[in-house]
Write a protein that binds this ligand. Structure first.
Ligand code: HEM
Length: 421
């Protein structure tokens, strides 16, 4: 986005007030109109607002570093994120990532299809048993925490502390505001908890955590890297997926014709529907990077040591990339999975196959039972410096005969033909 020579675009917008966290999109629209790279005066960082600019930063890890760059405060970068796969670069990052890849790669996740599908079926049946009303956020929470706990190889008692510590951990990635101050001690306790709970003796050998200790024993990983690496599972895998699945249900409830389209072909439509929800309402709204050298991004000079704040949520609504219907939820959109809600480049989310599998399983189990979803009471937003989505989503359903088949009306046929950009 061009701007007047010598004058970098800037804005006094605060993206971290309660109102902004509830509904960031009007602010994102304003920022995108100002530029693809805009100085946020309140925080002294560069907001990157457009899809292509965000992606170019993510794909240039030599210039834009994750170490000491992902969170907006030095405290979080040094105390919470230090040594994690998320906040490492280069060969160190590759080494840490290799240890995770074997557990999270599509071939490893394929083994879980039966278990995850059965789990979704069971949880959906239980949710619908109670007169057809349920909290979709709670359904997603049970689905994801059951799946992740089963894979991690930790004692059941670890579930609540892990769930309670994950969101505050994400809160600490934001600026030093009241939310950050409240979260910091909880996130620090979470780090402490991981050190105490996850030991060679306490973890099941055939598990995600077991594989980390195996990598230490094989000489593929330093002992001191083991616990920071476990956060790849404990923090990264839970709230993100819970919020993503809940959002997909919210969007499908708000758009009955899209729900009918999905019900008509759940096998094909469930994954695109999940991606379309992530594009529109990224569960992680922003992460940072730090410039390792002076550089230029879309005509804006960025000095060595300055931070960029990548607005994944804004990138998903960028009309330059997604076309004039960028704000619309359309499960037939052409390749919605191009969104940046999972990041891109070397730090692209390692958990995509698992997130997709769980979302698909829940949406398909719902599609087999429910002809209609309706949000029946006011949903409750999660307010977090980084995470975005629904903490409670009360849904009422109309039950139909089991099975995917449903006839489409004319509007849905038109919608199917007219895929967006
Ligand atoms: C809808 C669900 C999810 C969303 C929206 C999401 C989002 C993201 C994003 C945006 C990043 C990139 C961070 C960056 O560029 O700095 C990321 C990285 C990561 N995610 Fe996910 N994630 C999800 C599910 C999962 C799951 C299920 C797991 C694990 C089982 C997982 C594990 C990871 C790991 C380990 C990384 C770090 C990768 C690296 O730094 O190389 N995520 N995720």
């Amino acid at each position: 986005m061009p701007h007047t020579a010598g004058v970098a675009p800037s804005s006094s917008v605060d993206l971290f007030t309660d109102a902004a966290l509830r509904d960031p999109y009007p602010l994102h629209d304003a920022l995108r109109a100002t530029g693809s790279v805009v100085r946020l005066d309140t925080y002294g960082v560069w907001a990157v607002t457009r899809h292509r600019a965000v992606e170019s930063v993510l794909r240039d890890p030599t210039t834009y570093r994750s170490e000491n760059g992902v969170a907006l405060t030095e405290m979080a970068n040094t105390q919470i994120l230090a040594g994690t796969v998320l906040a490492s670069d280069g060969e160190k990052h590759a080494q840490l990532r290799r240890v995770l890849s074997a557990q999270l790669a599509p071939r490893a996740i394929r083994h879980l299809v039966g278990t995850v599908t059965d789990r979704a079926q069971r949880l959906v049946d239980a949710a619908l048993a109670d007169g057809g009303q349920f909290d979709a956020a709670e359904l997603a929470r049970q689905m994801v925490s059951d799946t992740v706990m089963a894979q991690m190889g930790l004692e059941e008692e670890a579930r609540e502390p892990l769930l309670a510590g994950a969101a505050p951990t994400f809160d600490t990635f934001g600026p030093d505001n009241a939310r950050f101050q409240r979260a910091l001690p909880i996130a620090s306790q979470m780090v402490e908890f991981l050190h105490q709970t996850i030991t060679r003796q306490s973890v099941v050998p055939e598990s995600w955590m077991g594989a980390i200790f195996q990598a230490v024993d094989d000489g593929r990983l330093d002992e001191s890297d083991a616990i920071p690496l476990t956060s790849a599972y404990t923090a990264a895998s839970m709230d993100t997926t819970i919020l993503g699945i809940t959002e997909a249900i919210a969007q499908l409830a708000r758009h009955p014709h899209q729900w009918n389209l999905l019900r008509r072909n759940p096998t094909r439509a469930a994954t695109p529907a999940f991606h379309e929800a992530l594009r529109l309402e990224a569960p992680i709204q922003g992460f940072g990077r730090r410039a390792a050298r002076p550089t230029e991004l879309d005509g804006v000079r960025i000095e060595r040591g300055e931070q960029v704040w990548l607005l994944y949520g804004s990138a998903g609504r960028d009309e330059e990339f997604w076309g004039p219907e960028a704000d619309a939820f359309n499960i037939l959109r052409l390749r919605p999975e191009r969104h940046l809600a999972f990041g891109a480049g070397p730090h692209l989310c390692a958990g995509i196959p698992l997130a997709e599998l769980q979302a698909r399983a829940v949406l398909r189990a719902l599609a087999a039972r429910c002809t209609r979803l309706t949000i029946c009471r006011e949903p409750v937003r999660v307010l977090n410096n980084v995470l975005h989505g629904w903490g409670q989503l009360p849904v009422a359903v109309e039950l139909g005969p089991r099975g995917p088949s449903v006839s489409m009306n004319a509007a849905e046929h038109a919608c199917e033909r007219g895929t967006a950009s």
